[in-house]
Design a binder for this molecule. Structure first.
Ligand code: PLP
Length: 380
């Protein structure tokens, strides 16, 4: 019913992803936005708002907040009070503010990880503890888990734990049992938890449901700063609209105080997109998930086991984590770029020898990219 076949992003002049390789025959499968058109309900709501012709400083309307709260109840069975919300122009802003507003002790982050999880603690002048996820190797790809014993051992009292839920780049949807265990350790060591849930509406298994970390219990909610946004799911990252959910008043005030004078108002078109997506985006999202599931399966089929590559099968996100350590490549990202496919370098995520492949694109683009990668590997 919706268009997931027209390669939309390459036709716009201002796409960061496509501009990187402008004038070169390189298919960009790197930065995490999708090449699909946004849902028609979102585009129509934006067009109607643009037609009003006035773009004052924005405030979230009652209807936007209402749509957001209703979506949280519908999708996660999570009741959010309106006063827990703090609007933000982006999730990375939220990660940095949260690191600066949650004490000065250690910050623990599980690697490999989206790079701002390593830079935000450093910008906040806090000691960063990298805790490697534990890798096991099932028949296909790799499986990644928290090392709870190691977390228990490194956690210092009052530290901050950064959770990426689902986890970019390994695509894990953390289970309620895993969240529960993290919660026990958070209680034991009196941790603040920053939970980045930007990918939580991109669960690829049919019928899968997201459990926000803060929804596990009111006690855990009180120590958690949850960060969310419509940007990944509905492909509107350029509209700069995200939010924090901070139930505990003291933590929320510390967060807001840290934002003062630095963090700008949210783009009002972002609120318009958020409202339309939360209220009316379900049918589009469900088709998107089928397309992504099929693309994911194709990436695994085409690359896993090919010339020593191992593809972690993502349970969520539109990102595949590819282990090239056994493929005999000096620098995998350069190698595939030379072959005409622009991927993200695993080294930026704390894991040299890996690449991250963005499969949020029409099948024709993906098929060309996978064919180029296989052809290049065949020459080794
Ligand atoms: C886990 C995670 N958090 C945050 C972001 C970026 O968020 P924003 O563009 O809202 O700053 C990304 C983008 O890839 C991400 O994967």
């Amino acid at each position: 019913m919706y268009d997931f076949t027209t390669p939309a992003a390459q036709h716009v002049a201002d796409s960061l992803k496509w501009r990187k390789y402008a004038g070169r025959d390189v298919l960009p499968l790197w930065v995490a936005d999708m090449d699909f058109l946004s849902p028609p309900v979102v585009t129509a709501a934006l067009a109607a708002r643009v037609a009003q012709g006035i773009f004052a400083y924005g405030e979230p309307t009652e209807t936007a907040v209402g749509a957001l709260l209703a979506a949280a109840r519908r999708d996660y069975d999570w009741t959010i009070e309106p006063n827990w919300l703090v609007p933000l122009p982006g999730l990375v802003t939220g990660l940095n503010v949260a690191c600066r507003a949650s004490g000065d002790g250690d910050v623990i982050t599980a690697t490999p990880i989206y790079p701002p999880f390593m830079s935000a603690p450093q910008f906040a002048e806090r000691r960063l503890i990298r805790l490697p996820l534990r890798e096991t190797r099932p028949d296909t790809g790799s499986h990644w888990e928290w090392d709870f014993d190691a977390l228990d051992a490194v956690a210092t009292r009052g530290a901050t734990l950064m959770l990426c839920h689902p986890h970019n780049p390994v695509g894990r949807q953390w289970t309620p049992a895993e969240l529960q265990r993290l919660g026990e350790l958070a209680e034991k060591h009196d941790l603040t938890v920053i939970s980045d849930e930007i990918h939580c509406d991109l669960l690829l298994e049919p019928g899968a449901r997201h459990t926000p970390f803060a929804a596990i219990s009111p006690k855990l909610a009180a120590r958690t700063i949850t960060l969310m946004a419509p940007s990944k799911t509905y492909n509107v990252p350029g509209l700069g609209c995200a939010f924090a959910v901070i139930p505990n008043a003291e933590r929320r005030h510390a967060f807001q105080k840290t934002m003062r004078g630095i963090v700008p108002h949210v783009n009002l078109l972002g609120y318009v997109a958020l409202e339309a997506a939360c209220r009316d985006g379900m049918a589009w999202r469900s088709e998107l998930l089928s397309v992504l599931r099929s693309n994911r399966d194709e990436v695994v089929r085409a690359l896993d086991g090919h010339n020593g590559l191992r593809v972690t099968v993502p349970q969520a996100t539109f990102l595949a984590w590819v282990d090239c350590r056994d493929a005999g490549l000096q620098h995998p990202q350069h190698f595939f770029e030379q072959a005409g496919v622009g991927l993200s370098d695993g080294a930026d995520f704390g894991a040299p020898g890996f690449v991250r492949l963005n499969f949020g694109c029409p099948r024709t683009t993906l098929d060309s990219a996978l064919a180029r990668m296989r052809k290049a590997l065949a020459t080794l």
